[in-house]
Design a protein around this ligand. Structure first.
Ligand code: HAM
Length: 411
């Protein structure tokens, strides 16, 4: 059998895991500042949790879910996103008794998409949700949070926030009907992919990347003309608030998002530095979704960002090496080595040893790793019960007993 990883999956190690850890730290820091609590859900759920809410006609449900039959005939799906599992978890654990509920998660998602740069079949998301507020401040808080996280992790990357309002669900239904009629008339000029969506999912034709489709949808009726005054006011409040936060944005009437549950505010942070998979973070409101899943009729809003896409734009991290190396000349001094290791670990001091009873090899490793100190355990040391601590930058050697090692290496 030839060993290989599954297409569209990747291992995290070295520089990538350093970046992953940095993103996780930044996310946790901003989650705390904004009072979001961590909520982690299982990797798989019952399939029905996803199929209706995400949209029977959405790409994710139609083509991308990893679904399998369990031994007891239940259909299970590896989660393609966090929002619906988080709502499920909030409902089954009675977390919605105390509103608003603000939760976040960091973990793997699964979508059987065609792999390409920035697009994987297993990828990691950071995800934030606020359940129970339709106040525009919640929209602003979440967008500001996303902006802070991107600015912190990608200080040198240019990204731009795209925003749109899809209005209330009932307006959106009318708009979709109108769009279907509009595209039906232009059917022969549309790409075959868009033609298939005329009645099932006309909104998605608006974000087609096919040049003909783009031209046709440029003259399509705008969602702007279909949203209620209340929704217009909400959108104006959002735009004014963004100015106040100092966040640049682009109003994009064609931004519709890929999942069916959205209404009202939708947004995406995009960059030109990633090729066609250019969305770093995407999200929006999904009023009505919680009640579809059997919960109370309360609002929800959230976003998710792709860790891999953010990582790809982060600068390479310095490979952290231990500043303290151990050098032992002979296996017969093992007991002394154990004593030193015990001493260092009990004092929370990071150290490195190359598992070689060979002074020369260990010293050479310390030099290539740019270590600051070596602790030497040799004939002289063990006979006289002390250890030699050598500062490599100056070459100065000091002989100390075990309990004084800390004093020497603490700078
Ligand atoms: P989404 O737009 O499907 O939204 O995904 C959010 C982000 O996940 C994307 O912007 C991208 O960075 C990353 N992503 C998605 N698919 C892939 C992939 N195949 N490979 C690598 N990265 C990927 C959602 O998932 C919604 N649940 C977001 C949300 C939360 N809306 C409200 N609350």
């Amino acid at each position: 059998m030839k060993l290989r990883s599954v297409r569209g999956t990747h291992d995290l190690f070295g520089d990538n895991i350093e970046k992953y850890n940095i993103i996780q730290k930044v996310v946790t820091k901003f989650a705390e500042i904004n009072s979001f609590k961590k909520l982690e859900t299982p990797i798989f759920e019952f399939t029905e949790l996803f199929s209706k809410p995400l949209g029977e006609q959405s790409d994710v449900v139609l083509k991308e879910m990893y679904t399998f039959k369990d031994r007891n005939e239940d259909f299970l799906t590896l989660r393609p996103e966090y929002t619906t599992p988080m709502i499920r978890a909030a409902l089954t654990n009675n977390l919605l008794n105390d509103l608003p509920l603000k939760v976040f998660g960091i973990g793997p998602m699964f979508r059987r998409e065609r792999p390409q740069k920035g697009r994987f079949r297993q990828f990691n998301q950071i995800n934030f949700e606020i359940f129970g507020s339709n106040d525009c401040i919640a929209d602003l808080e979440l967008i500001n949070l996303a902006n802070d996280i991107l600015k912190s992790t990608l200080p040198n990357t240019k990204f731009i926030l795209n925003i749109n309002s899809l209005g209330k669900k009932q307006n959106l239904i009318k708009y979709k009907e109108y769009l279907s009629k509009y595209f039906e008339d232009k059917k022969s000029k549309l790409s075959s992919e868009s033609r298939n969506k005329i009645h099932s999912n006309p909104l998605r034709i608006l974000d087609s990347k096919n040049q003909n489709d783009i031209e046709i949808s440029n003259s399509a009726p705008s969602i702007k003309d279909y949203i209620s005054t209340e929704e217009k006011n909400h959108f104006d409040e959002l735009k004014n608030g963004l100015k106040y936060f100092g966040i640049d944005f682009k109003e994009n009437n064609k931004l519709v998002r890929g999942l069916d549950y959205y209404c009202s505010t939708v947004f995406e942070f995009k960059t030109n530095d990633l090729g066609s998979q250019d969305t770093l973070i995407g999200g929006g409101r999904y009023d009505g979704l919680i009640s579809i899943l059997g919960g109370p009729d309360i609002s929800g809003i959230g976003w998710a960002g792709g860790i891999e896409r953010i990582s790809m734009l982060m600068k390479n991290q310095k490979n952290k090496k231990s500043p303290i190396h151990l050098c032992i000349s002979n296996i017969k001094f093992k007991e002394h080595l154990i004593k030193v290791i015990n001493y260092l670990t009990k004092n929370n001091i990071n150290f490195y040893w190359n598992y070689k009873y060979n002074l020369k090899k260990s010293l050479s490793k310390a030099n290539t790793n740019n270590a600051k100190y070596v602790i030497i355990i040799g004939d002289n040391e063990t006979k006289n019960d002390f250890y030699t601590v050598k500062k490599l930058t100056t070459g100065i050697q000091t002989e100390v007993n075990l309990n004084n090692i800390m004093n020497l290496i603490n700078d």
